[in-house]
Write a protein that binds this ligand. Structure first.
Ligand code: 13P
Length: 225
């Protein structure tokens, strides 16, 4: 995989660092990705007891660092929709965050967000919890999961409280679906060879790029690679 990433960098003329990162990996999945040549892994041990999370994270930190990879760990849980019900997740306990942060991980996912769209009655990010976690974890870079649908001002405040990586997925998927729907509703798949997947999927891919570009600007990441 590492050789493939390098070849892609060269053939596509990519000049910024690109990471191939495993998101929400299991213990076994994280090990498999280290062996496969990923450049970064996340081990999500948040559903284990804190002691087991500590033990497994400790082992994976050593493995990842031996291979020159960065590793993200998780405490608390990230909410999201399951069977039509949106769960709010479990806000991470600062003392548990401190324990995991002290294991030598490179970034910490502290459950304060939710995956997917936020419910209409959402009260916003829990900045009190974020501040406590930030203070308890010795400036470790924090990861905000569930980046979709968070107002810009809240994103900026989260960054000021130690968030250094923000995961956005659903918003990219929605941009893709919207652009693809417009293409089909305009009947473009019926014109010439508009049904060719390379044409049919192009507007969606461009829409994802535009969303990513917006996020790079909003997060203050432009020209910082
Ligand atoms: P969203 O799908 O809510 O943007 O969350 C993405 C994420 O956190 C992936 O780990």
């Amino acid at each position: 995989v590492a050789a493939m990433v390098k070849a892609m960098d060269e053939s596509l003329g990519i000049t910024v660092p690109v990471a191939l990162h495993l998101d929400h990996g299991t213990y076994e999945g994280a090990k498999a990705c280290v062996a496969a040549g990923f450049t970064s892994i996340m081990f999500d041990g948040s559903h284990y007891s804190i002691d087991e999370n500590v033990a497994k994270t400790t082992e994976l930190v050593a493995l990842a660092h031996d291979h020159g990879l960065s590793i993200e760990a998780e405490v608390g849980s990230i909410g999201g929709e399951e069977d039509g019900v949106i769960g709010m997740g479990e806000v991470a306990d600062p003392a548990e965050c401190a324990k995991i942060a002290a294991l030598g991980i490179d970034f910490l996912a502290a459950g304060i967000g939710i995956h997917g769209k936020y419910p209409a009655n959402w009260k916003g990010l829990d900045f009190v919890a974020l501040d406590k976690i930030h203070n308890a974890t010795d400036n470790i870079p924090l990861v905000l999961h569930g980046g979709t649908g968070i107002p810009d001002e809240m994103i900026k405040k989260a960054i000021s409280l130690g968030v250094s990586k923000i995961n956005v997925n659903t918003e990219c998927q929605l941009s893709f679906a919207d652009a693809t729907r417009k293409y089909i509703e305009a009947g473009k798949d019926l014109e010439g060879k508009g049904f060719d997947p390379r044409k049919l999927l192009a507007p969606g891919a461009e829409a994802i790029k535009a969303t990513v570009r917006e996020k790079i600007e909003l997060f203050g990441s432009a020209n910082k690679a």
